[in-house]
Ligand binder design. Sequence first.
Ligand code: NAP
Ligand code: MG
Length: 403
Amino acid sequence: MEKIKMTTPLVEMDGDEMTRILWKEIKEKLIEPFVELKTEYYDLGLPNRDATGDQVTHDAAAANKKYGVGVKCATITPNAARMTEYNLHEMWKSPNGTIRAALDGTVFRAPILVDGISPVVRTWKKPITIARHAYGDVYKAAEMRVEAGSKAELTVTSKYGGISKELIYDFECGGVLTGQYNKDSSIESFARSCFAYALSTHQDLWFSAKDTIAKKYDGTFRDTFQRIYDEEYRAQFEAAGLTYFYTLIDDAVARVIRSEGGFIWALKNYDGDVMSDMVSTAFGSLAMMTSVLVSPEGNFEYEAAHGTVTRHYYKYLKGEETSTNPIATIFAWSGALRKRGEKDGLPELQTFADRLEQASLDVIREGTMTGDLCLLWEKGEARKVTSAEFMDNIAEKLHAYYN
Ligand code: NAP
Ligand code: MG
């Protein structure tokens, strides 16, 4: 066959450990035989981040802004143990954090569903995508313990020197308190990313918070979403037959559990942290969870939600064949290729992305899968294979489409 052509390069960000091994194999077996792959390559593997003083991460983030579509492999976020293991010059920041800050983006996580692995919640038929606002609130809060007899007040000094105060509590016994904040600019970017992603994936958008209690704080989130929706997105949503609605988080939880899925649920930072673990666990496996960072301008960066699968990598280093699940990383590639195809008007590239996903899921549907999924499989005996065998099976199906 003649290979499928691309016009604009994808921003390719390589990573670490087991996922770096899978990355190479995905490209060689599942993409390069079919697509004349054009990428701008950034090696975000920890050794290269260290050698470049993390400049490579900043360069990759800039390239994402320039080209609009990127695909990223999982990367190590260094801690004390990694400092020794990799003999690092510095404890470099999380690359995901750096890229997210540069793009001012929101992360959307969605499960990949396959017949034969059922969600714990019986009514869920379609994926539920969680959008978590990854800035501020309790994650950037000041907190204190106070003694009995302390009077706690919230004090704000304006730029003109004016002071406003509000009593928090007169402590008759010891206690705790916290001061949280968020920024209008960040809430607005969050809202725009959510609306843009809902349109891009053709799904309804829900946003929930606790505005009955936090009238000003959560009320600001609610009002910001509504204003941006009315002013910038309502017409597009109506034309696409999509809805946006706000509801109290308690009500949202009840509706989510009774729903069929197939929508985006936007949440504040803490709510998103908790609910994304609840939803992903109920859907099955972390190895079947995709993640995409979307900026308010509509730049997209695709990756797997899981990490570098260190435990499997140490086995691999000892020469053992591992049964690490490549699905979420394959779907990061298909997501990025499809989006590139959409932006550049390349229907063949979009079809290839669909077929790559179809072939991957067909292998599982036929009962062949990696170890993590065998435990969840409900349709009789599963055939457990290594990562390499699994990808060979997918490649075979892809070749059948194209020959
Ligand atoms: P992890 O790599 O997600 O792996 C945790 C465990 O989950 C694995 O040991 C494995 O369980 C299972 N698992 C995850 N992905 C799998 C897959 N594709 N196939 C089969 N099983 C899978 O998390 P971690 O061990 O906590 O973190 C490892 C490194 O990844 C850390 O250095 C962390 O900084 C980094 N990390 C990066 C990202 C990112 O770049 N987005 C996200 C999270 C973590 P079993 O061992 O039981 O088989
Ligand atoms: Mg969490």
